[in-house]
Every structure is written in C-alpha cells, then in structure tokens.
Design a protein around this ligand. Structure first.
Ligand code: OAD
Length: 247
C-alpha cells in the first residue's frame, strides 16, 4: 500500500493535465450515505426504484420525500479532506477536469471550479411542464411536491434519473477531458452505473494511466495501473502537496 501511494504521488506530480471521476464514496466521509449496500436503502426502497421518471409520475410525493430527506442530510454535510485535496490539485495543474456523479455540491464548496456534474444537482429543481429551472435550498421544502412559480405545475429535482439520457454534449466533454489528460483518477465509485462506469475502460483504450481509489474492488480494478484500497479522505491529502487545507 505504501508503495502504491508513493507511485501514485509520483504519477500525479508528473502529470500536467489530470481528469478525475468521483462517485458517492468521496462524500461518505462527509456523512453523505452511499447508494449501494445496506446504507444505501431508504425506507426499504432502492435508488433504482425511486430515481426514475416512472416512480415520480406514479408517486411524486414519495420520490420528493426521499429527495427532501437526502437534501436534509446534505445540508449538514461539509467537504472533507478528499474534496479539498482535489480542489488544491486543480490549482497546481495546467488543466484539471472534475467529472462527478455526485449531486451534493460538495466539490464546489471545497473550491473546485472545472466540474462536470453528470447527474445534476440536488439544489436545483425544474418544472415538469415549462422546464423553469430554479435554485432551491429550502430544507425541508414546505409543500411537497413544490409548484412552479411560473406555471404552477409540479417541480422535480434537476437530476438525471435512471432511464433518462445524459445530454450527449456533456458525455462528449467527459470523453474529451479523459482523452486529453495525462492521468485519469477514479475515486469512490462502484463502477456499476453507465456511462461513467465505462470511463476507466475508455481511458485504458487511449493508453492513459489510471489510478483508482476505492474501499472495494470494482469491475475495472484489475485493468487500472494502480488501485489503492483506502478511504479517499485519508489517501488524497497524502497524494497532493499541501492538499490538506482543513483545520
Ligand atoms: P455507489 O454507492 O454505487 O458506490 C460508492 C463506492 O464508493 C463503493 O464502491 C464504495 O466501496 C466506495 N467508497 C465508500 N466509501 C469510500 C471512501 N471513504 N473512500 C473511497 N471509496 C469509498 O455510488 P456511485 O458509484 O457514485 O445516480 O453511484 C453511481 C450513481 O448511482 C449515483 O450517481 C446515483 C446512483 O444511483 C443517480 O442518482 C442518478
């Protein structure tokens, strides 16, 4: 493990252009529950059952209750050492792109700038009829489901749900960032949800160096150059010079 950390430190130091993919694991040390595993359950529902347009149109109330609960958890969450280390790394590199599947906004709070939010943002809501997009930080939301201020129709979380399509332009930006990078890092994602699940394979097809940081093995683990089995909040500050900007 120590060898892998030293090797990763060198690879990060040598790279001028870095692209990073993060998943729920990077926020777990901030108290945000991950999706898969027993912790990922809410009232015995799985995310795959609630994060869908079908579930929403059949029962917007229950889906909104779930999001209202997630927003209450995330409102209390603060970025951890891992988030801060990545924002520090961005400042040190010629180019740095942070692709995240997370919707919690913690990378922004930690100071990261060049972020591609693949799955949207929990603090944005969108009208199901007129597409009016609003920032909303109310916790709890007083009336569920919230109504559009323009047309009074039901608002939904501005999240890309299962069965919905991430805009092609966004995926292109991710692939481009991977292709132009010297190093690709994959942090705290189970690698089970597409299209992000394929990004590590895309990087290897382009002969990129790939470092994974995860508590568990993932479908790509054997293929990557380094897989560090550790908590991202503990290992990332060791990999980035003066990355630890928390008190
Ligand atoms: P998952 O919950 O599927 O996976 C989290 C991964 O992080 C697991 O592999 C854990 O082992 C790992 N992990 C947990 N704590 C960690 C830590 N402290 N340091 C490093 N690794 C840690 O989350 P995602 O892969 O992000 O989509 O899930 C992908 C998407 O599926 C989510 O964006 C969400 C979900 O359904 C939508 O809501 C649309």
């Amino acid at each position: 493990m120590e060898n892998d950390i030293n090797k990763a430190y060198e690879l990060i130091n040598e790279a001028s252009i870095i692209t990073v993919l993060t998943g729920a694991g990077i926020s777990s040390e901030s108290g945000v529950p991950i999706f898969r595993g027993s912790e990922g359950l809410w009232n015995n529902y799985r995310p795959e059952e609630l994060a869908t347009p079908k579930a929403f149109f059949e029962n917007p109330g229950i889906v909104w209750e779930w999001y209202d609960w997630r927003r209450s958890v995330m409102k209390k969450a603060e970025p951890n050492h891992g988030h801060y280390a990545l924002s520090e790394l961005e400042r040190q590199k010629d180019k740095f792109t942070l692709i995240t599947q997370n919707v919690d906004g913690l990378h922004q709070l930690a100071g990261s700038d060049n972020i591609i939010e693949m799955h949207g943002n929990l603090w944005e809501i969108r009208c199901t009829k007129c597409n009016n997009l609003e920032k909303n930080y109310q916790v709890p939301i007083p009336e569920l489901p919230p109504k559009c201020s323009k047309c009074s129709e039901i608002m939904r979380p501005n999240i890309v749900w299962f069965g919905e399509i991430i805009p092609m332009q966004k995926i292109d930006r991710c692939i481009f960032a991977i292709e132009e990078s010297d190093l690709f890092m994959i942090i705290g994602t189970s690698g089970l949800v597409e299209p992000a699940a394929s990004f590590g394979f895309v990087a290897k097809e382009h002969n990129k160096t790939v470092i994974e940081i995860n508590l568990d093995e993932t479908p790509g683990t054997g293929l990557y150059d380094l897989s560090i089995k550790a908590k991202s909040g503990e290992v990332l500050p060791l990999l980035v010079d003066s990355g630890n900007t928390l008190n």
